[in-house]
Design a protein. Structure first.
Length: 62
């Protein structure tokens, strides 16, 4: 479960470490439940927009 404060109801892009898009995740109520998606363990980048800016965050999925 990821908690991203002050960001609600938007799609978040999931990228591999080479920048290739794996897919989009739905951010609802400031949370993404990773158990809802079939994603292999590893390092990824979450990319989302806040106030017109693109923000990327590396995450480790177990």
């Amino acid at each position: 479960m990821l908690h991203i404060p002050e960001v609600e109801d938007q799609e978040v892009r999931l990228l591999d470490m080479n920048g290739a898009m794996i897919g989009t995740l739905r951010l609802n109520n400031e949370r993404i439940n990773m158990a809802d998606y079939d994603i292999n363990a590893g390092m990824y980048i979450l990319e989302f927009r806040i106030e017109g800016r693109i923000i990327g965050q590396r995450i480790w999925i177990e």
